[in-house]
Ligand binder design. Structure first.
Ligand SMILES: [Cu+2]
Length: 485
């Protein structure tokens, strides 16, 4: 791929909101223009984990070597395996610095993976190493390399094959990928496939200490690929909001074990263009890969990514449904809204609507157990755990990730705000379907049912309660990409 020449790449790169940064930061090179262009052209490939590919086998071998070397580092070395995982959180202490439920879910984890990958490259002496990703939509069964109990990639887990999870199915992911608004796209990716896979795999992967499990890095690499595909292949834009772009973190650890004083969300947006690339694969509905062949195309793409767009999480209409209620997971919860389908006529009747209707569900705190996910149905009073997901009233699902912070936890004040469970499920396609089936008329009341479904057929603790803060219907505008290229 001859898309860069020494003439079109500078030693310094201008990032919106950040100003000039050294290209070496993103590329791991301090060379001249020619070497920089070369480094971008040959940036590491993050491949899809699968069986039967010699390249993937080689990546797994390097990954094993990297994990072994990180575990062998002294505890005083910040690149040590436990120390790296501790940035995210710990088994006993819960979440630490990781961002969940904030608009930096994607960017924070991207920066975290970026430095982890650099540490792997440095320790193994393989600067071509790219973290492999677990595409749960295409390869539901976890790669067997992680199941060998004698391997450094092994840890006990409850489930390693996600075939039964609708949260990673094309039916559930495809509508999420049609969402062009960064804020609602991120919230759905986090709450649906991301959380569900964490909790379903379970054990250490189900909580704050999840980065201790080598699967974590391949799972988050997939989450990062979701963002990459949406942003680069599909032409959607990240926020141009300076507050978002300038948000910075001063604790990541570089390949040499030094603390990085400033990494920003704005810089992370350029990482897939400059420091690694994804081997293409499908997530939900196939989307063609954006292949950049010329320097002009590369520059145009880079300009679009740097510019972002004026995207906001804007709520045009809000209909409260319920608030401050205790729900038992053992019984489906049904609530009626004051909203009539007629309130949303323009959305329901228009397949090309520019707005989305979401059920927005906020809980007060994480439940004590999270061995289940929650299905959302619309106008289906009898919905229960046996109602199939191809029922026309089914709208989507979400799961909880993590446990409540231990009381008096040192981290509680610091990061609990970032882990308040809140979810968005887009019910626009369901409302349109029900209208077409003539189940909804203008005067039909819209009702919402929440059904908890245990991962393994029965709840570990059926007495688990969910403290609901609010459920409401919200209408958000779809953002048009004015500078789509
Ligand atoms: Cu995660």
């Amino acid at each position: 791929m001859e898309y860069l020449t020494p003439q079109n790449i500078n030693r310094r790169i201008f990032v919106k909101g950040v100003g000039l940064i050294s290209a070496g930061l993103l590329l791991g090179t301090l060379g001249g223009c020619e070497e920089i262009a070369e480094a971008i052209r040959n940036r590491p490939i993050r491949r899809r984990l699968r069986v039967g590919s010699p390249e993937v086998d080689a990546d797994i071998a390097t990954y094993k070597q990297a994990v072994t070397l990180m575990k062998a580092l002294p505890a005083s070395d910040p690149r040590n395996w436990n120390n790296q995982a501790g940035i995210h959180g710990t088994v006993l202490g819960g979440f630490n610095l990781c961002q969940h439920g904030t608009p930096h879910f994607f960017s924070w984890h991207r920066a975290y993976l970026f430095y982890f990958e650099k540490i792997c490259q440095k320790l193994t002496g393989n600067d071509k190493f790219g973290l492999p990703y677990w595409n749960w939509n295409q390869n539901a069964a976890l790669n067997p390399a992680f199941l060998d109990t004698t391997s450094v990639l092994y840890l006990p887990r409850v489930n390693t094959d996600v075939t039964s999870l609708s949260a990673v199915s094309t039916a559930e992911l495809a509508p999420i990928f049609t969402d062009t608004d960064f804020y609602t796209f991120w919230q759905q990716i986090e709450g649906t496939p991301h959380n569900t896979v964490h909790s379903f795999v379970g054990d250490i992967m189900g909580g704050g200490g999840s980065a201790l499990d080598p699967i974590f890095w391949t799972h988050h690499c997939m989450v990062d690929y979701c963002w990459d595909k949406w942003n680069i292949d599909m032409g959607n834009n990240n926020p141009n909001d300076p507050t978002w772009n300038n948000t910075s973190w001063n604790y990541f650890i570089d390949a040499n074990g030094n603390t990085v004083s400033s990494m920003t969300a704005g810089i992370t947006t350029l990482m897939p263009l400059l420091s690694y690339q994804y081997e293409h694969s499908d997530i939900g509905t196939p989307v063609s890969q954006r292949i950049v062949k010329t320097k002009a195309e590369f520059n145009k793409l880079q300009e679009r990514i740097k510019a972002g767009a004026d995207v906001k999480f804007e709520i045009k209409q809000r209909v409260p449904i319920a608030s401050r209620t205790t729900l038992s997971i053992a019984r489906p919860f049904a609530a009626e809204s004051k909203a009539l389908a007629g309130n949303f006529t323009s959305i329901i009747n228009n397949d090309a609507t520019k707005d989305n209707v979401f059920v927005s569900i906020n809980y007060v705190q994480l439940p004590a157990e999270s061995d289940f996910f929650v299905r959302v149905f619309i106008n289906s009073p009898g919905a229960n755990a046996n109602t199939p997901v191809n029922d026309p009233h089914y709208a989507g699902s979400f799961a909880f990730f993590g446990s409540p912070m231990p009381a008096n936890s040192a981290h509680m004040a610091m990061s609990a705000h970032a882990h308040v469970p809140k979810f968005l499920v887009n019910i626009t396609p369901t409302l349109q379907k029900l209208k077409k089936n003539q189940e909804l008329t203008g005067t039909s009341q819209i009702t919402v049912q929440l059904v908890a479904v245990p991962f393994l057929g029965k709840f570990e603790n059926p007495a688990t309660e969910l403290l609901l803060d609010t459920i409401e219907l919200i209408v958000t505008p779809i953002i048009i990409n004015h500078n789509d290229q």
